[in-house]
Design a protein around this ligand. Sequence first.
Ligand code: ATP
Ligand code: MG
Length: 455
Amino acid sequence: MRIEEIVSTTKAQRVAAHSHVKGLGLDDDGSAKPSASGLVGQINAREAAGVVVDLIRAKKLAGRAVLLAGPPGSGKTAIALAVSHELGSKIPFCPMVGSEVFSSEVKKTEVLMENFRRAIGLRIKEVKEVYEGEVLELTPYEGDNPVGYAKAIQHVEVSLKTAKGVRKLKLDPTIYESMQKEHVNIGDVIYIESNTGAVRRMGRCDVYATEFDLEAEEYVPLPKGDVHKKKEIVQDVSLHDLDIANARPQGGNDIVAMLGAMTRPKKTEITEKLRKEIDKMVDRYIDQGIAELVPGVLFIDEIQMLDLECFTYLHRALESQISPIVILASNRGTCEVRGTDGIQSPHGLPMDLLNRILIIRTEPYTAEDMAQILKIRADVENVQLDPAALQSLVETGVSASLRYAVQLITPAKFHAEVQGTDTVQSDSIDMMRGLFLDAKQSSRILAEKSDVYMK
Ligand SMILES: Nc1ncnc2c1ncn2[C@@H]1O[C@H](COP(=O)(O)OP(=O)(O)OP(=O)(O)O)[C@@H](O)[C@H]1O
Ligand SMILES: [Mg+2]
């Protein structure tokens, strides 16, 4: 089993609709500020989410589930993402949407299982032999390439400095490649693992701290002790990272492996057997005190898209020994549970699952809250709104939906630009309201003109 050099498989978050949300905006005593960290109003739900964050940090909530329930556009997804910001990067947070389980290549429960394992972290502490220090010199030496015409790097000389002294190392070209990947420059503090040759850049040496203050560099002190030493290295990985690292055939340095890595692999199912083996290994590491389990958060948005099979699976997974905290979101009232013949249930969740869930309600917004949210969104989208235009947007939000109002901002800006103004006036908003319909208007038209549409 391999645990070194595991590529993280954390999903990148680029949810532009919520890019203004930076956290829950709570005070130290856990009470919600009226407007902070990009969130406005929704006081009860935010405070409840704050308690959930505390419980998660104290590792008291593993294997539990929380449901965010409320009407569309009331900020459920926004609050869940705020929770992820509050938890920081050390606790895994895996977002998914209910409909992701429908894939032609992979079973529904397999998708759920994969995301469950993404949400369970493992902090591995290992003592490794490393060469560590500030880079004083980095000189690649070229020689004739035995297989081609161009020159190739034969070896690299690196001088590393610590508080105790300087040591010069002669290294293999593959280590030079990994140095380039980490963007190692002279003056950086790095370490090289002596048995694998893996290079990690820790930051810039703090003697250079006053050099420029333009970039967001992390400055680290000059390492103490010898250059060659034993060092405790902490690595955060998820169980899914481990699954993936051990499922793919390990590539070498030859051309075939390189091409293989370039053509994206097809989505493979990780076998149950492999997972069992990984779990066994993880158990062993935990017993030996090398690793520590960090239950994170699995967030399933649009939970009503799941069907009975998935719910049953979810229920079972929550009961299992290692389970993350599961946060669900639903905008449904009482409706049919998918995959049953007409069983009605609140939020579209089966009753037995619902019974073990804590529910956080989100309320519809008041006009004042909407005005604030629209202002924040306009700032994020770099749009200046005339007060009358904002008022018009708020009215739209109240009569149609907040989301519809948010979506009108940028199109209205284009209209204003064509008119030759920088600030969006209310006539641009009216224009866009005429061009784009919201759901209610559209369904009214469908009902009125039902005879001209196909059945
Ligand atoms: N309290 C809030 N403060 C700031 N922005 C908010 C707040 N609530 C919602 N928003 C913003 O309003 C928009 C709609 O909210 P969101 O997508 O979170 O609704 P939702 O409850 O998940 O709706 P749905 O049930 O349709 O998924 C988003 O752009 C969101 O960032
Ligand atoms: Mg949502």
